[in-house]
Design a protein around this ligand. Sequence first.
Ligand code: FAD
Length: 813
Amino acid sequence: QPGGLYSPADPLVLLQVDTLERRVLNSSSAWLVEFYASWCGHCVHFAPTWRALAADVQEWRPAVNLGVLDCAEMANQKACGKFGITGFPTLKFFKAFSKNPDDGMKVFHPGNSVESLRQSIVIHLEMHKETWPPACPPLEPASMEEIQGFFQANNVTYLALIFEKNDSFVGREVTLDMLQYENVAVRRVLSSEEELVKKYNVTTFPSAVLLVNNGTFCRIQVQIEARSFYTHYLRQLPGVTQGSSTPTVAPDVQIKTTPMPWRPADRSKVYMADLESALHYALRIEVARFSVLTGERLKALKSFVAVLAKYFPGRPFVQNFLRSVNRWLRNVSGPSVPYRALELVLTNRKEGLAPAVLSNNVTWVGCQGSKPHFRGYPCSLWTLFHLLTVQATKHRRLSTGPLEVLGAMRGYVRWFFGCRECAKHFEGMAAESMDQVSTVNEAALWLWSRHNRVNARLAGTETEDPKFPKRQWPPLDLCPPCHDMVNGRHVWDEAAVLRFLKAHFSPANIFLDFTVPETAQQVRRSREAKEGAGERGQDEGIEGEENGREEDNDRGENGREEEEEGKGRGEEEEEERGKGRGENGREAEEEHGREGEEEEEGKGREGVEEEEHGREGEEEEEKGRREEEEGEERTEKPAGGRVEMEAGDLDRRGPLELRRPSIVRMNVKAPVLEEDIVDLDSFSELHYKSKALKAAGMEASKGRRLSKRDTVPLLVEDDDSHQAFDYAAAWERLRRRGLGSKQLTGALEEGGTGQEALRRNHWFRMLGVGFSRLDVSLCVILYFLSSMCLLGMYAFFRLHTRLRKGRPGFPTA
Ligand SMILES: Cc1cc2nc3c(=O)[nH]c(=O)nc-3n(C[C@H](O)[C@H](O)[C@H](O)COP(=O)(O)OP(=O)(O)OC[C@H]3O[C@@H](n4cnc5c(N)ncnc54)[C@H](O)[C@@H]3O)c2cc1C
């Protein structure tokens, strides 16, 4: 989507993929090009400086031209790669007549001041040796000899001599400032040129003398001995005019910005479109800037992808994609990988048993900015990493340590994140305190607090989208219990924040709006692949599982220790939660993603249990899930630990239902998909299995709708024991229940339409189509009992009548 940080009104050349090489290479002008990415915060900060520089040196054209190229624009990405751009902003100076993209020299701009950049242009212009840009006046200091013969050799009326010290730039800058003016020339004279200094009686540096072609000269009288004063003076001289053939460099392309249709988003939700776009951008665009991946960079990529493959709660084909990239990277044993080889692995595989697909599009929904250069990729990257840190808190047994996700993020940002200044800042924060993080919960909180620091630093700057002001997050309306006041000062309730993070960044709060829907074929293949993996133990999924097991083994003792620690932590957490159950903690707990979270937590615990029971438990779990998908109404899963947890959870959360904040109401999609399936069978089954569930039953009878059983299959364990949405299963169940494909798409894509469909379905069932088996059993039993009762009464009266008939009457008196 076009629309960078600069406009045609700026005095610089807006380059595009088709004009970059044509304009910059083999040019008789030198070029200084800023390669930027419109999403890069530092590029946004830098843009006013670059614009000011362009205005400051616009009269240095055509000796040197300034250009810009937006590498965030899809069309330009390859060109940026070709010019060796790995971070933003990158300034490259191309001498006149440069032949190759590699000829560009990086220009460092530490101070980011217009002055230092201008001086840098002068220095780079002086680097021209044999092929001096034809339009550029001489910049070297003048000698006595040159001055003496100047008017014979040059047809001008005036020669201005700027006397200055060696390190001064004034003389050269004034020379370039006057480049487009006729009838006047400028030369610098160094203070060390004693003969000339003496001849013109110069005592201060800088100072200027004007020589006229009639042999007279005078001191240039200015208020301040500085560039702008000299330039102004010279431009006012009689007979000095701006050249009629002033070359003006018009922008090559009038960028037409087609406004994208606004995608409505709800800030209390997380959008899969943002997350998948982040993955695509990170893996296929940011990583692609490095033609060869070696050393620490390769290591960082491996950790990043490993964490994604493990924790990203993606759609099945996206998970296949991540797992296959991860497997491939794990098998890389050499010291380096050419990106071309990796590119093949990053290509979508729609065919075969396990389609591995990650959309090639970038679609921002929750991260959509009011202008193309606001928000987008960095926003999605933050979201992705928050999600991953939260996922790690829920899958402790998979974790290799509290720093696993943060370390991967740090590595990615350090070695790949295009906004180099942002990366430096983040690295600074990481170096300062990341190693103090000792639990996965702390990791999630660390990232939250550091992100808020960045928010505070950037609030009110040019990078802030006016429609999405940078505030401390979560704001009060999203999470009232997160905020507290102590002695009149705002403080965060970190326990509440953690609960909120877990709810907000939970799979149940990820919405599929604007994602490319998976095709029925992909769904089927994914299912087949999973089933195949279960049966044959040969396909990729199982391979992943085995690898996962290997990893588990590798962890060995440490792993177990961590796990135990994890359990300990879990208990601590529970305690903490117990405390938090009082007023504040509750609302956050029952946030929109609650049901999903319950499931996840349930699974986490199940996981610990499973580990105790060994792999068999896991297989049973998988089998149970498959059976359920096949249409089995009852799961054979041992409910054990989870039941207790559920009871506890329901107990804890029930009353909160009454004061559900608005955020809860907004969260409709994933839970709503299943909300109407109030399965009384499994509820009663669980109810009788455990006394602990009595509480849950009470809650349910108070009006709490249980949709537990139906959200379970939405979150399944994949082959790497990795929890994920099982969208395939959700689709399948909905399909079985007779929803048309249109309604299905609606249900999955647009909360509104889907809900309508589901509501209608609910009414059908109310009319009798959907009585549960418990209802039917009770009816049959009642029917049977009443029949028996009638039969009994009938028998009793029959007998009674017969007896009365046969009994001899008392003799009447
Ligand atoms: C690692 C990193 C470092 C960066 N450093 C810089 C920098 O130095 N200079 C610069 O100009 N830009 C920097 N950026 C970009 C900047 O932080 C924003 O991402 C960008 O300006 C877009 O802002 P946004 O309004 O979309 O919200 P973002 O700050 O990108 O937040 C994205 C979403 O995350 C949620 N969120 C917000 N705060 C939190 C929080 N504390 N915890 C959990 N979730 C939260 C919100 O839902 C928000 O919409 C950096 C980005 C990253 C990923």
